[in-house]
Every structure is written in structure tokens, then in C-alpha cells.
Design a protein around this ligand. Structure first.
Ligand code: PEP
Ligand code: MN
Length: 342
């Protein structure tokens, strides 16, 4: 962090800046330029309030020079993280390696028959893990809220039948222990991305966490949310881009594929993309899934329903098993061009 003071700089103002900074346990490095004096802060600046410092007399601005996230950053770990999902009672799958991880299944667990049918179909087409919400924190309190613990039972039964590890959402800190008894990956939903109590709780779990980007979060805020989980001790975080809110109304969200490239540059954590919520319409899911692979995503999160027209949640954006199989062929082709597998 550096403090910029425009000339003329009164000696008492410079002294005050140095005194305030050193009182916080930091050292200073002053360089005198022709037009400005720059005070460099040396030490752990993470607890320093930039806005407060900028109010000191004579201070022009306070500029951050390093990223605020540390454990999530490539500076901390230059090589990409490869996270193994499942393995006890399921076939393990790697996220972040050369092979893309495809996580597919219904938006919500609606019953045994549809879940088992979907799980078998996505496994046969090459999915590595099963998704499905047992807890559905919906925008409206009157919408279907999921089967709760019964849904978790069914997911575990689907894992037993197919060998697919299970990815499912945990809606609140109190539910982490319950969901962790059944799941292989704890999903933090977009609406919960800045629920810090939840981030800290999943951070204490020994299961990997799939962290969705909030529809209104910057990439930095998303990485800071990941930092909460990492700082709580859980180093297995998978980032998931699922679209952000923009002025566009032709799609449910705007899938921010540039976020994939940016997150991959700044962070060692694997990034998967959810084009189902990212677009909201089934006809846009395949093109954006392929674009996500081309953009460097480490995997996909896709909603698949055996009869989308009868779905209790997100039927409009769910692929039917046949379309999922076709998409998987195309995903393998695009991955192949990039020297990856799917
Ligand atoms: C989901 O993937 O089930 C879901 C609810 O997505 P999001 O949190 O991204 O809205
Ligand atoms: Mn959904």
C-alpha cells in the first residue's frame, strides 16, 4: 500500500502520516518525487483502513499495490490446485487437472425415480459427479423449497447406484453438519456467497466446497469469499461462475466468461462454469458450455432433467438426457483441441 501526498507537502503533515502508520506496527519508506511524496507501507497492511488514512491532512490518495486475497492467490501458490472429489463410496473425480469435471443433475431432487433416472443417464454420458438440491433457498418463499433431509437420503442412494460423487447446496451454517453426512462437495449458493458465518463453517469441514459467484459480486469479492473458506482451514475450494446481473433481459443472467480467465490468472483454485443458471434458457446452455471450455474452465455444472417440462424448479434451463449426451460429445471435441480431456 502506498500513500500519495501532492507537493507542496508540509513537514508536519508528512510527520503525522509516518507517526500514524508506525503506530499501527508498520514501517514506512518515503520517496520524494518532483510532484509527489510517496510513503510506502511495509508490513502486513491487511488491517489498515485505506479510507481512514486518506483523510489525514495532505494525503491525496491511498493506493493498494497487492491483491487483498492471499491464500487464494497465484502469488501464494503458482501451480493450479487439483481437488479430488468423492472417493468414499463413489468414484473419485479430479477438478483442476487436465480432464474436465462435469457435474450434472437436476436443479432439485424431486423424488427417487427422477433422480435415479437422471443420475444413471448423466453417468452413462460421461459426467463425473451428480448435482441436485435438497435444500432450495428460492427467491420466493412460496416456491418449492426442496425435500430437505429426504432429498439428501436420495442423493446418497443415487451415489450408491451410480458411483457418482454428490454435489449439493448447504443453505446455512447450522446445516453444514447434516449436509456433510451425505454430500461429497458442499455447494455454497450464489445468494449465500457473502454469508460469512456459512463460509467459516464450511471452512471447518473436510469436504471440498463449490463456491458460486454471487449475481452481484465482483471477481475480487468472489475471491475474498474463497479466502474466508481457505483462512478457516479448508483448502479445497472450487470456484463456480454462474452469471451476474446486468441490464440484459434476454437471458436470466449474463454469463461472465471473462471471469474464468481472470480468476484463473489471479487464483490457483479450479474454476467451473454453470451455463444453466448463467443463461436461464436451454437453447443457450450448450453454446455457452462450449465457450466456457474454450475460455479455460476446469469443468461444468449443468442442470439435466428427464422431463424438463415437468420440473419443479428451473425446467426452462434444464437439458434433457439426450441433449446432455450430445453436448458431452461436443465438450470432448472442444477439450481435445485444447489438449484436454472430458
Ligand atoms: C443451484 O445451482 O442449484 C443454484 C441454486 O444456483 P445459484 O446459487 O447459482 O442460483
Ligand atoms: Mn437451478
Amino acid at each position: 500500500m502506498i500513500i500519495v501526498m501532492s507537493r507542496p507537502v508540509l513537514p508536519e503533515n508528512l510527520d503525522r502520516v509516518v507517526t500514524v502508520v508506525t503506530a499501527r506496527g508498520l514501517e514506512t519508506h518515503v520517496s520524494e518525487g518532483k510532484e509527489v511524496v510517496i510513503v510506502g507501507l511495509v508490513g502486513d497492511v491487511r488491517q489498515v483502513d485505506r479510507q481512514a488514512l486518506s483523510r489525514l491532512p495532505g494525503v491525496d490518495r491511498v493506493v493498494r499495490v497487492i491483491q487483498p486475497f492471499k491464500l487464494a492467490s497465484r502469488t501464494c501458490q503458482p501451480q493450479g490446485s487439483v481437488i479430488t472429489v468423492g472417493g468414499s463410496g463413489s468414484t473419485p473425480v479430479e477438478v483442476g487437472g487436465n480432464k474436465l469435471a462435469v457435474i450434472a443433475g437436476p436443479c432439485s431432487v424431486e423424488g427417487s425415480e427422477m433422480l435415479f433416472e437422471t443420475a444413471a443417464a448423466v453417468r452413462d454420458s460421461g459426467a463425473g459427479a451428480l448435482r441436485g438440491g435438497a435444500f432450495k433457498p428460492r427467491t420466493s418463499p412460496y416456491s418449492f423449497q426442496g425435500l430437505a433431509e429426504e432429498g439428501l437420503h436420495l442423493l446418497a442412494a443415487a451415489r450408491e447406484r451410480t458411483g457418482l460423487p454428490v454435489v449439493t447446496e448447504v443453505p446455512s451454517p447450522e446445516k453444514v453438519e447434516l449436509v456433510a453426512r451425505y454430500a461429497d462437495v458442499l455447494q455454497v449458493g450464489a445468494r449465500n456467497m457473502q454469508n460469512y458465518a456459512l463460509l467459516q463453517e464450511v471452512g471447518k469441514s473436510d469436504l471440498p466446497v463449490l463456491l458460486k459467484r454471487s449475481m452481484s459480486a465482483s471477481i475480487e469479492e468472489w475471491l475474498m469469499a474463497a479466502e474466508y473458506i481457505l483462512a478457516s482451514g479448508n483448502h479445497r475450494v472450487i470456484l463456480c461462475e454462474r452469471g451476474i446481473r446486468t441490464f440484459e433481459t434476454m437471458t436470466r443472467n449474463t454469463l461472465d466468461l471473462s471471469a474464468v480467465a481472470v480468476a484463473k490468472k489471479l487464483s490457483h483454485l479450479p474454476v467451473v462454469v454453470d451455463p444453466s443458471h448463467g443463461t436461464g434458457y436451454v437453447e443457450y446452455v450448450a453454446p455457452m458450455a462450449l465457450a466456457a471450455v474454450a475460455a479455460g474452465a476446469d469443468g461444468l455444472l449443468l442442470e439435466v432433467h428427464p422431463r424438463p417440462a415437468e420440473a419443479l424448479c428451473d425446467g426452462g434451463q434444464s437439458l434433457c438426457p439426450g441433449d446432455f449426451a450430445l453436448l458431452m460429445d461436443q465438450v470432448r471435441a472442444v477439450a481435445g483441441v485444447l489438449g484436454r480431456e472430458a
